[in-house]
Structures are given as structure tokens and as C-alpha cells.
Write a protein that binds this ligand. Structure first.
Ligand code: SF4
Length: 172
């Protein structure tokens, strides 16, 4: 499983299904996101005495992905995701939490915290047991919902969704 797919699933289950079966071309905002200076943002807002690693390839029992940054301490780690805008919502939280799980497998350390950053600020969240369980549950249900188009409801993302013309739920 990939983190971006989980992010899409948190927006809308049908959106994740379409994204998986009909991958989107990169949009201008995706291209701009690639140009973000992650190191500059992290070094400005995240103080730590531990090692900071950037663009970290992760592989674990639940899938694989690339975290923007990981803070590696002697007995624990933290994951950092950097986005263009600072309207941090559940999809970004879920993606960062998924990377926490992958990072635990990759480095054999416990993830204690995750950070959501933009060029304007960073917010930190504890990687709680309930967040851990919620993300594991989402990965399981996502795997199932990729087999056939899941039910969804018209939602606030529909007007931006690239798949609205083929989506039966956009017309509800
Ligand atoms: S159009 Fe709306 S309901 Fe359909 S996939 Fe996109 S976000 Fe989901």
C-alpha cells in the first residue's frame, strides 16, 4: 500500500479507487510540491538534537513510501510530512501516521510523534494508540475497497475531483 492512496482514501473511498485504477497525471500543484525546500522548512520549525534524515525510503509490513523527513533518536523516531498549504486535515494526518508505521519497521524503533509542516509552520501530534489502530484499520479496508468501486457520498471534494465525470456518486 502507498501513503498517497491512504491520503486519497481519507478524502473519499471512491476517489482512492479511481486513483489506483486510473492514476492521475501530475498537476501543477504536485509539481510545485516537489520543488518545496523540505530541509529549509524542517530546520526552521523543528528543533531536535537527534538526526534528521530527508526523503527517506520506507518499507514495512503494510507497504512502502517516501517520508519527507524522519527524526531518528536513539530509541525512538518521529516522522515529518511537508505540504504546500497549512490547512492540515485528516488525510495528511493519516498519511503521516502510515509513514510512522512503515518507519517503525524500517528502523526498528518506536514512532512517538508526527509533524505536519508547511512553509509557514509545523504542528506536532502524538502518535497515539488510537491513531495507530485507526490507520491499521484503514489500510485493511482500503485493500478491500480497491477490488470494486466502493459506495461514497457527494462531498466537498467532488468539485475538485478529477474523476467526477466517471463517478456515479458525484450526482447524488
Ligand atoms: S466525485 Fe466525489 S464521490 Fe466521486 S470519487 Fe470524486 S470525491 Fe469521491
Amino acid at each position: 500500500m502507498k501513503g498517497r492512496l491512504l491520503n486519497a482514501y481519507a478524502i473519499c473511498p471512491a476517489y482512492a479507487y479511481f486513483k489506483f485504477h486510473f492514476p492521475e497525471q501530475a498537476t501543477p500543484s504536485m509539481e510545485m510540491g516537489k520543488e518545496l525546500d523540505v530541509r529549509e522548512v524542517v530546520e526552521k520549525y523543528v528543533n531536535t538534537r537527534c538526526n534528521r534524515l530527508y526523503s527517506v525510503r520506507l518499507r514495512g509490513k503494510l507497504g512502502s513510501g517516501v517520508a519527507d523527513a524522519v527524526i531518528l533518536c536513539s530509541n525512538s523516531l518521529e516522522v515529518i510530512e511537508v505540504k504546500l498549504s497549512d490547512g492540515f486535515r485528516r488525510p495528511q494526518l493519516v498519511q503521516a501516521a502510515f509513514y510512522c508505521l512503515l518507519a517503525e519497521d524500517t528502523f526498528n524503533k518506536t514512532c512517538t510523534r508526527l509533524w505536519l509542516c508547511s512553509p509557514n509552520r509545523c504542528v506536532k501530534k502524538k502518535f497515539t494508540a488510537s491513531l495507530r489502530q485507526s490507520v491499521i484499520g484503514m489500510v485493511e479496508s482500503l485493500a478491500n475497497d480497491l477490488k470494486s468501486l466502493p459506495k461514497a457520498r457527494k462531498n466537498s471534494y467532488c468539485s475538485y475531483c478529477k474523476y467526477s465525470s466517471m463517478c456515479p456518486w458525484a450526482k447524488d
